[in-house]
Design a binder for this molecule. Structure first.
Ligand code: ZN
Length: 262
């Protein structure tokens, strides 16, 4: 090879490796969002619509990068539409928006069913689940959409399953291991055990009864309430709300304009 060409080749090769390294390490999505995806966010993603204009580009980049990292698999569906990909990615990005480099990387595959699906393992119909052994998130599209139809009822399948995935991702040893602040997580555990006790005694509680099943369900339901009824959550359990703000590094009350950032 001609020496000049060789040097050029080595330079480009080196640049390529450096680019790959930086983007894979930091999860920095340098690829701009597909304009069709942006349109879907503008039309159908309430969280995105509420974001200050200055924050929307980073949300878009995270959505695009999330979509590129995942394999979306249709089950009993002809295909996975762009709308499905964007809105499922948006649920994950909403949850992790305060954690810029987190993409739930262990969960590489997202299975989408049109409706509730029968599990031969549990012998029950499911709306969604997270399977850490296979690195899979499963969602019923009908239930996913219903979660957003009434944005204030604190039932949101997408956020619920992503919340399960987030806690698992935090304890699975990979590039995204141990990203949730330990001290705040310890505080969360102490406080949530207290609340679980109340729920199990049958005391009336701000969270729905299912939150009393275990710590994982408690966290997932707390996340649903955090985004769908932040004001009510804060007025019922201000300390728990504050700790969740610290864990997720965001505050929906600020985002929705109920109060100023402190
Ligand atoms: Zn659950």
């Amino acid at each position: 090879m001609h020496t000049g060409l060789g040097v050029l080749f080595l330079f480009l090769f080196g640049f390529g490796i450096a680019y790959w390294y930086v983007s894979s390490r930091r999860g920095a999505a340098i690829v701009p969002i597909n304009p069709g995806y942006r349109k879907i966010l503008q039309q159908s993603c309430l969280y995105y619509q509420r974001l200050p204009a200055a924050k929307r580009p980073s949300f878009e980049r995270k959505v695009q990068h999330f979509i590129m990292l995942k394999r979306f698999v249709p089950r009993q569906l002809v295909q996975v539409t762009a709308e499905m990909k964007v809105l499922i990615a948006a649920a994950a990005v909403q949850l992790t928006f305060g954690l810029p480099h987190i993409y739930l990387r262990h969960f590489k595959t997202i299975l989408i069913y049109p409706d509730t699906y029968y599990s031969t393992i549990s012998r029950k119909y499911h709306k969604g689940e997270v399977n850490p052994a296979w690195g899979i998130i499963v969602l019923s599209w009908r239930n996913f959409v219903e979660g957003y139809v009434n944005p204030g009822d604190s039932i949101n399948l997408g956020l619920h399953e992503m919340a399960h995935a987030l806690r698992l991702e935090n304890v699975i040893r990979n590039a995204e291991y141990g990203f949730l602040n330990e001290e705040w997580m310890d505080q969360w555990e102490v406080m949530s055990l207290r609340e679980l006790y109340k729920l199990r005694k049958g005391e009336s509680h701000f969270f729905r009864e299912y939150a009393g099943v275990n710590e994982e369900e408690f966290f997932a339901i707390a996340v649903e309430n955090f985004f769908e009824r932040p004001m009510e959550f804060w007025s019922h359990m201000p300390e728990l709300y504050r700790v969740l703000c610290q864990i997720l590094k965001q505050d929906p009350l600020v985002l929705y304009g109920y109060r100023k950032a402190s």
